[in-house]
Every structure is written in C-alpha cells, then in structure tokens.
Design a protein around this ligand. Sequence first.
Ligand code: KG4
Ligand code: ZN
Length: 333
Amino acid sequence: MNILAIESSCDETAAAVVKDGRQVLSNVIASQVKEHIVYGGVVPEIASRMHAQAISAVTAKALDDASLTLDDIDCIGVTYAPGLIGALLVGVNFAKGLSYACGKPLVPVHHLRSHVAANYISSPALEPPFLCLIVSGGHTHIAAVNDYTDFRVIGRTRDDAAGECMDKSARSMGLDYPGGVNLDRVSGEGNPDVYHFPRPKVDGSRYDFSFSGLKTAVLNTVNQAKQKGEEICVPDLGASCIKTVVNCLTDNTFAAAEEFGFTRIAVAGGVSANSVLRKEMAAICERKGFELYMPELRFCGDNAAMVGSQAYYEYLAGNTASLELNAYATMEI
Ligand code: KG4
Ligand code: ZN
C-alpha cells in the first residue's frame, strides 16, 4: 500500500511516499530555518505563509522522487495535531483537496505518534509493545506503546519540554535558532561537570519531568556573569545543561521501564538526535540489558516519512477521516 504523507506542524514543509508503513520511497523536506533565524524562533504567521508557498512543489517532488503519480497512491496521510494551528491547517487543507480530487481515503495522523513511527522505518523488526521516550520541541512524554494506535502516557513534563529548555538555554548563550542543535554542536568539547544544576523534584509522579527551573538557572548563570563582566565558557555551560537534561530523561525512562516490565525502549522526536542522549541511552541499555531503538538522524526531526509510516497503521485500524477533518493545536497522544 502506497501512502502519500504530508507534514506541516511547525517549520518544515514535508511530503513523502511510504510503502506498507516501513519502506520510504521518497522523503522531501523544505526547511524554513533560515527565515526564522533572525527572530530567534519560529514565527507562526511566517511558517503558515511559507507552508502555503511550498506545499504543492514539495508534494510534486515527493511523487516524482518515488517515480509515482497520484494514480499509484492508495491513501493520503496528514499531520492534524498537535502543532501550530495555522501551519497544520495548510497541510490538512491541502491533503483534503488531494483526497477529494483523486477519491483516495484521508488518514489523520497525530504528530507524536508519527515521531514514534520513525522507529519502524529505522528498525524494520520493531513492533509494539515497547516503552518510548518522546522528546520534541513542544513535548516530553514517557509513553507505553501498547499497540500501533494504543498509547498510554506514563510520565510527562509539567512545564517546558526538554527541547524548549535546550532551545532557550542556547539562546541565552548567544547561539542561533534552532538552539538545541547548536547547543549539541558547541558542547562536544565542553566539560559537563563545571556547572552544577539541581535536579528538579516533581511531586506526585516518579515519571514526570520539570525543565523550567533548569532553563531559568542557565539564564541566571549567563546574566550574573554578564553583570560581573565575566566570560562564560559556552561549551562548558552547554555541556552541563545537556548533562542535566539527559540525566532527568534517562532516570525517569529506565525507572518506568523497570516498574512496568518493558524490555524494549525507543526514543523519538527532534531531541532524539542529541548526541549525549543517544550515547547515554546506548550505554545504559547495554549495561542493564534493554533493547534500544532510535531513529536514524534524518528521521529524528520533523519529516513526512514518519507520517506515512504511522498513517499505514492508522489506516489498518480504520482511522480514516471525512472532508470535515479539522486541525488542532493540542491533542492527547
Ligand atoms: O520534533 P521536532 O523536530 O519538532 C517538534 O515537534 O517540536 O523537535 C524540535 C526540537 C527543537 O527543540 C530542537 O532544538 C531539538 O528538537 N533538537 C535537538 C537536537 N536536534 C534537534 N536538541 C538537542 N540536540 C540536538 N542534536
Ligand atoms: Zn516534531
């Protein structure tokens, strides 16, 4: 089954063709990063306008790269939640138009479910159940993936997502958007033990996170150094910040895996590209005997191949939509 998938939830306009949920025939991404750099973050109105400008050409290229036409497509998958509402609406309306014009079923895909599905592409043998740490710019969840379309959130952030914390920390250190990526790059040579940031205590759940205190602590460190006229060593501060985030993520994930008896652990979302997180997850899994699954780097950030993968399983589960389909800024996984 060939699925044409469309993704426009944030600042990448993406289209892909995926066969039977796991085989990527094409994967096209038009990134808007250059447009948003000057503002230090994504400007929603600019994102929507750029999606509208790019989406036709990106979709045509995805079909072309797969050497297919719309006649060869069996169904259209599209990200409909959560994300920037104006950005999502561009993809949803375009997908609805295509579905109507060529009479192919429309499959709505939850953005975080599609991040999880990036693992099915990179690890063809992976099947639920498994535990997944989902870490993106807007979300941080520990989720039990009981089946392809059956998720249970075991832990979540109470405030900022891990990606948001790293993005804003990076910005306070003078690094360009997208901060998390640049923080990872400049922190490689840094000493992670120079700055000590307290680990937040989150009342009520052993598996929930809180990252806003760390973001503020990094900001305060930078501001206090400025006031005293001292130089900040960005690689050391960046490495210390990343170490604190990664320790929180791994601690809660492995505690949940042990408590709920999972032997397979996956990581998903843009932050799963972080080099320290990948190394730590690999080291702990090796030591404790868990099987680890991580998307290839090209499938960690937003892309449409992962949407095509999840759309396949949503279609099999009967989750199609009518032309009344709407987009939603927030939605439970
Ligand atoms: O999943 P994603 O591409 O978009 C959302 O759904 O939010 O995630 C974007 C987030 C941003 O916060 C970005 O800075 C972060 O992923 N990110 C990273 C790295 N690559 C992307 N954070 C840390 N290290 C990286 N290498
Ligand atoms: Zn994402």
